[in-house]
Design a protein around this ligand. Sequence first.
Ligand code: ES4
Ligand code: ZN
Length: 324
Amino acid sequence: MRDFIGGLPKCELHLHIEGTLEPELKFALAERNGIELPYASVEEMRATYRFDSLASFLTVYYDGMRVLLHEPDFYDLAMAYLRKAASQNVRYVEMFFDPQAHTGRGVPFDVVVRGLTRAIGDARRELGIRAQLIMCFLRDFQAEYAMATLVQSLAYREWIVGIGLDSDERGNPPAKFAAVYARARAEGYRLTMHCDVDQENSVEHIRQAIEDIGVDRIDHGSNALEDPKLVAAIKERGLGLTVCPVSNSFVVDGIKGAEIRRMLDEGILVTINSDDPAYMDAYVQENLERTQADLGLTEAEVARFEYNAFAIAWLPEDVKDAYI
Ligand code: ES4
Ligand code: ZN
C-alpha cells in the first residue's frame, strides 16, 4: 500500500508554506540573518514544536517566521518544500501564504511574493512540479486590514489564484470578512476559507461560508456533516473539502476518520492534505498512509482522494487532463 500511495500522482490543496519550515532550515536562516534563537540545537528546537491546541500551535508557527526576512529566505522555504513534495510524487500544489504575518513585521509584500514565485518557477523547470499561491488573511485581525492587504495584492494578481482565511477562528466568523470576499470575487480571485474542526460555532460558520459568502471550497469543514442541509449544499455545488488528518490529530482527538469515511460514502469531494507538515511531522504521503491504515481503505478509495483533489483544483480543465 505504501508503494501504491507513493506511485499515485498527488495534488496538495491545503498547505501553509510557513508551516513547512523545518528546524534545520530555521536554524540556517537564523544564522544567515544574524538572528539569535533560544535553542542550542536542532533537537532542542524540535522539542518546542509541540502543541495540543490551535492556539498553542499558532504561537510556535508565528515564532518560526521571525527568521524569514529577505527574498532568498522565502525562495529557500518554498524550494525546500517543493523538492520534498516532488519526491512524494506531488504534481500540483496550491500553497497558502500569510502576507500579514510578514508585512506586520516590516517585510514588504513584494519580497514575500517574489521569493515564493521565483521558487515556483524554478521548481516547475527543474522538478516538473506545478504550484500556485493562495493568499490567506489572518482572521484574528480587523477586516479593514485584510481589505488593505487585498488591495495591495492586486499588483500581483497574476501570481495569486485565490484567497483564504486562517489563524484563530474563535470569535472571528466568516461574516466578518463578507466585504473582503465580495471584493476578491469581483477581482477574479477564487475563494476558500478555513472552517476548523470542532470550533464553537462550526456549523454556523460553514453555513455562512457557503450561503452568505459563496466560497468555492472549504478548508477542513468536517462539521458540515452535522447538518443535512449543509451536506446537500456541498454536494449540489460540488464544493471540495480539504481535510488534514494528522493536523486534526494534534488539535482534536484523532484524525476525524469516521467523518472522512462518511464524506467518501456521501460522494463529497473530500481531499487529504498536510496543513503544516514541518510542525506535524507528516507530508501528504504520510497523511494518506495514516488515513488508509486507520480506515482500512482500498486502493480505489485512496485514489479517490487524488481524483477529487485534481477535480477541485484551480487549474484550467485542459491542464488537469494531463494529470488525471
Ligand atoms: C493553521 Cl492548523 C491552522 N489553523 C488555522 N490557521 C493556520 N495557519 C496555519 N496553520
Ligand atoms: Zn490550514
